[in-house]
Design a protein around this ligand. Structure first.
Ligand SMILES: *[C@@H]1O[C@H](CO)[C@@H](O)[C@H](O)[C@H]1NC(C)=O
Ligand SMILES: *[C@@H]1O[C@H](CO)[C@@H](O)[C@H](O)[C@H]1NC(C)=O
Ligand SMILES: *[C@@H]1O[C@H](CO)[C@@H](O)[C@H](O)[C@H]1NC(C)=O
Length: 182
């Protein structure tokens, strides 16, 4: 809880800094540079697709297909952790676990989780409340700078790692690597 409160505080401070600056930090460019998917148990779930596509004009889309062998899923937690590359990848700013079913039903748009979940909802079929009784498809989801507008991250390479648990067992992990340039 303390962790959540402090990340909200950082987010709000960042948003204020961003609007006070003349927009230089807020207009920098970010793009996906790599993506990795891993299933911890291939009898439970398998990634049939996990790749980045060049969409032209420097745009990159994330494509993923996760086949689920045991549905419906009515209980799902997500852990998101951010890393920044600096002598290897070091934990950076976020490491939060949340009830994904609850969040899908009612995201708080101001929180970091709200921003991530709204981005996921727009770019995938992970876009309704639980239960889930179908495979999970992400179709050329683009990384939007809007998402980071409220987070003036310094330039660098970041890894956002999402881990998913159903019924209290960690099942899969998806990591996306983002490069932010000025
Ligand atoms: C992997 O998942 C299958 C299907 O849910 C389950 O029967 C099996 O026990 C799991 N294996 C491990 C090592 O957890
Ligand atoms: C996040 O926190 C959990 C629980 O405190 C810990 O087990 C895990 O290693 C942490 N992950 C990262 C990337 O720091
Ligand atoms: C969720 O995504 C699927 C696939 O893109 C789409 O067909 C469906 O209409 C979406 N549902 C909602 C509630 O947005």
């Amino acid at each position: 809880m303390a962790e959540l409160a402090s990340s909200r505080l950082i987010l709000v401070t960042a948003a204020i800094l961003c609007s006070l600056s003349l927009g230089s930090e807020c207009r920098s460019k970010s793009r996906f540079i790599n993506m990795q998917c891993e299933s911890y148990n291939e009898s439970y779930a398998v990634f049939e697709k996990c790749k980045l596509n060049l969409l032209g004009r420097g745009r990159v889309g994330a494509d993923m297909y996760l086949k689920l062998f045991q549905t419906p899923v009515e209980n799902c937690w997500i852990n998101w952790a951010m890393y920044r590359r600096y002598n290897g990848f070091q934990p950076f700013l976020y490491n939060v676990s949340t009830d994904l079913c609850q969040l899908l039903g009612n995201p708080n748009a101001i929180s970091f989780q709200g921003l991530v979940i709204n981005a996921i909802k727009k770019g995938s079929n992970l876009n309704h409340s639980c239960p889930y009784n179908h495979d999970i498809i992400v179709d050329n989801m683009e990384f939007s700078d809007d998402f980071l507008k409220t987070l003036p991250l310094p330039q660098g390479v970041y890894k956002i790692q999402l881990r998913f648990a159903t019924y209290k067992v960690w099942r899969v992990q998806v990591a996306v690597f983002i490069e932010r340039t000025e």
